[in-house]
Design a protein around this ligand. Structure first.
Ligand code: Z5A
Length: 231
C-alpha cells in the first residue's frame, strides 16, 4: 500500500521544523515507518540548490529562475527520496513543498501561475501531498521567533523581504487552504507550543481515522517482553 505524504507549510518561524521532529518521534513510537525530509533539500543535489537560493545568489537572475531552481530541487527530492519511500508504504513528513512555490514564487514573486503549475505537475507526478498542514501566524511573530535561531549569517534571502510581502504570503497559504479544503488543514501556530502540538496531534488523529491508517505489520511496535517473574 502506498504510504502517506504529509507536507508542512507556512511563513517563517511558524514552528514547522519543531513539530515535524516531535510528530516523527510520536509516529515511530506508535510503530509507523516515517521519513522526514525538507525543501529545498533532501538530496545532495537539492541541498546544493538550497544553498544557491537561500544565500540570495540566484536573486539577481529573477524570480522565474528561482522558481525553476526550486522545481529542480523538488524533482530530485521526489525521485530519489519521496517517491521510493511512499512506494514502500512509509509516512513522509516534508518541511515545505509545492505550496511554498505557489506562494513565494507565485503570490509574492509574481511568477506566472500557468508556468508554475506546469512545473508543479511535471515534478510532483506520483507524489502529490495527501495532507497539508498550514501553520498560520502573523509574520512579525514568526520573524521574531526565527530571528532567535538565526546563526551569524542573519536572515536568508526570503526572511529579508518586507512585512507587506510576508503578509501576502500568509494570505496566499490561507487562500490555498480555502481552495483545497480536502487536502489542507490550518493550524493556529501563534499559540504556545503545547497548544500547537495538541492541535497538530488532533489533526493527524482525525486524518488517520479518515484513511483508516494503522501501523504496518512490519513496523508494529514489538509487544513488551514480560519481565522475569521474581522467584
Ligand atoms: N522556499 C521558496 O521560496 N519556494 C519553495 O518552493 C520552497 C521554499 C520549498 C526555506 O527556508 C525558504 O525557502 C523559505 C521559503 C523558501 N523561506 N524562508 N526563509 P528554511 O527551510 O530555512 O526556513 P523555514 O521553512 O521558513 O523555517 P524556519 O524559519 O526555520 O521556521 P519553522 O521551521 O517553521 O520554525 P521552527 O524552526 O520550528 O521554530 C522557530 C523558533 O520558534 C524555534 O526557536 C522554536 O523553538 C520556536 N517555536 C516553535 N514553535 C513555537 C511556539 N508555538 N511558540 C513559541 N516559540 C515556538
Amino acid at each position: 500500500m502506498r504510504g502517506q505524504f504529509i507536507t508542512f507549510e507556512g511563513g517563517e518561524g511558524a514552528g514547522k521544523s519543531t513539530q515535524i521532529k516531535r510528530l516523527a518521534k510520536r509516529l515511530e513510537k506508535e510503530g509507523h515507518e516515517v521519513l522526514v525530509t525538507r525543501e529545498p533539500g533532501g538530496t545532495a543535489g537539492a541541498e546544493a540548490v538550497r544553498h544557491v537560493v537561500l544565500s540570495g545568489a540566484a536573486q539577481k537572475y529573477g524570480t522565474e529562475m528561482e522558481a525553476v531552481l526550486f522545481a529542480a530541487a523538488r524533482a530530485d527530492n521526489v525521485q530519489e527520496i519521496i517517491k521510493p519511500a511512499l512506494d514502500a508504504g512509509t509516512i513522509v513528513l516534508c518541511d515545505r513543498f509545492m505550496d511554498s512555490s505557489r506562494v513565494y514564487q507565485g503570490v509574492s514573486g509574481g511568477v506566472d501561475t500557468d508556468f508554475l503549475l506546469a512545473m508543479e505537475r511535471a515534478v510532483t507526478e506520483g507524489a502529490r501531498p495527501d495532507l497539508t498542514l498550514i501553520f498560520d501566524l502573523p509574520p512579525e511573530v514568526g520573524l521574531s521567533r526565527a530571528a532567535d535561531v538565526w546563526a551569524e549569517d542573519g536572515p536568508d534571502r526570503f526572511e529579508k523581504d518586507d512585512l507587506k510581502l510576508q503578509e501576502a504570503r500568509r494570505q496566499g497559504f490561507l487562500d490555498i487552504a480555502q481552495e483545497e479544503p480536502d487536502r489542507c488543514i490550518v493550524i493556529d501556530a501563534s499559540k504556545p507550543l503545547a497548544q500547537v502540538s495538541k492541535a497538530l496531534d488532533a489533526a493527524i488523529d482525525a486524518y488517520f481515522e479518515k484513511v483508516s491508517l494503522q501501523p504496518t505489520a512490519k513496523s508494529k511496535p514489538k509487544a513488551k517482553t514480560k519481565s522475569k517473574a521474581k522467584t
